[in-house]
Structures are given as C-alpha cells and as structure tokens.
Design a protein around this ligand. Sequence first.
Ligand SMILES: Nc1nc2c(ncn2[C@@H]2O[C@H](COP(=O)(O)OP(=O)(O)O)[C@@H](O)[C@H]2O)c(=O)[nH]1
Ligand SMILES: [Mg+2]
Length: 232
Amino acid sequence: MQLFVTGPAGSGKSTFVKEFSSFLSEKGYSVACINLDPATEPIFKASKDVRDFVKAEEIMKKFSLGINGALMKSMQLIENFAEKLKVDADFVLYDTPGQMELFIYSESGRNVVRILSDRFTVSLFLIDSSQAIEPENFIAAVMQNVIVSLRLSIPSLTVFTKSDLVKLNVKEIRKRIRESEGVLAELLEKVEFFVEYTTIPYRILTVSDKWDGFEDVLGALKELFCACGDIS
Ligand SMILES: Nc1nc2c(ncn2[C@@H]2O[C@H](COP(=O)(O)OP(=O)(O)O)[C@@H](O)[C@H]2O)c(=O)[nH]1
Ligand SMILES: [Mg+2]
C-alpha cells in the first residue's frame, strides 16, 4: 500500500511517518519510508530521500530563486526521477513537503503521486486537533481533506493529530453546529451534510505520537480496500 501523508506544516506528518512506520514494523509488515520534502532532512530512516537528488537550498542558489520558487522548481525536478523513488514493501509511507499547496496544487506534485501510485494508494490528511475544536474549523479541515482527495485523485482519510494535547469530541462539535445561530450557522448546517456524505464511511481518526489511535488508522486503511482483497 502506498500511503501519502499530507497536511499543513506542523500538523505532525514527519512524526507520524516515523512512529506509524515503527508500529507497522512491529506488527510484522515490511515498511519503507520515503522523504518527498526537498527542504527538510528526514527524522526517520528513509529508504529513499528526494534530498539525495534535489535540495531546495541548493536550488535557491543555483537558480537565484526565493524559497517558494525553489520549492516549485524542486518539485518539477523530482518529477523527472520519481521512478527512482519506488520501493517494494507492504506499506510505503511518503512524507510530503511542509508546504502542502506545493504538493497539492502543482502539476508536478500530482504527477509524482501518479508515478508512485499503485492500485492501493491512499492519502492520510493530517490536521492538528487544536485546529479543529471550533465547528467551522472542524468542517474546514474535513473539506480540505476532500480537496486533497480530488486533487490527487486518490482516497484520503482525515486524521486528527496530537490527541495527547487535545481530545476532540466530535459529538459535541456536531451538537454545537446544530445549536449555533446566525448566517454562519446556516452555512455550517448545510455543509455538515456534505461532511457526512464524504467522510462517515471513513470515520473520525485521532492519533498521537505515543501510538494512540494507530490500530484505528490501520483498521480504516484495511477497510478502505477490503473490497479489493489483500492490501499488501
Ligand atoms: N504533543 C505532541 N506533539 C506532536 C505530536 N506529533 C507531532 N508533534 C510535534 O509537532 C511538531 C510538528 O511535527 P512535525 O512532524 O515536524 O510536523 P510536519 O511539519 O507536519 O512534518 C513537532 O514539534 C512535533 O514534535 C503528538 O502526537 N503530540
Ligand atoms: Mg515534516
């Protein structure tokens, strides 16, 4: 299974790749971690690292670009050797760039995903739990996940991280949506149908770097592909 770990900067992607890969290894699966972030050294043992091919800071110097231009350029270069990043394992975890928009909204990012995908490919969209306590933020997070899914043309599960710091109470959040008043409340209520329609089959997943919720994530991944048989 190819697992693309996506989400905003600081949501816990690199930490998740490190910890979830250890969890999967402990379960007896073969696991490989790939660093797709040209600007950051991996904090996990990377089987393949884009920085062996392209380093964002060197691209800045070589092409006299600012950081954003260098990241865009790096992504274009990565596209040319994405084939070389392929590895064979039960689970291949990809850590994606801190700047999520780079990956999601550039044609190169989408092409990289296409090249690395197989029929069991999924994104885990990570979002810091503290960013989802308010009903409008919760719904915005789930909607962002849908955008990731649409842009990359792969299924994507929303995973709320850092559950050791903030315990999300989804029932409570939904109650507050129903009870809120005003124009925003009306919008939220309408959007909630959309959230239900797009996410309920995948349920709400919460994790921490202490491995809380990892069994649930694995269960959801298996469920996602259960109709297709063996996932490994
Ligand atoms: N308390 C807590 N901190 C976390 C957790 N996961 C990540 N962090 C911290 O959040 C920060 C950002 O994590 P990182 O993995 O670098 O995020 P990334 O930018 O999405 O790759 C780091 O300081 C991590 O140590 C967690 O489950 N609990
Ligand atoms: Mg990171």
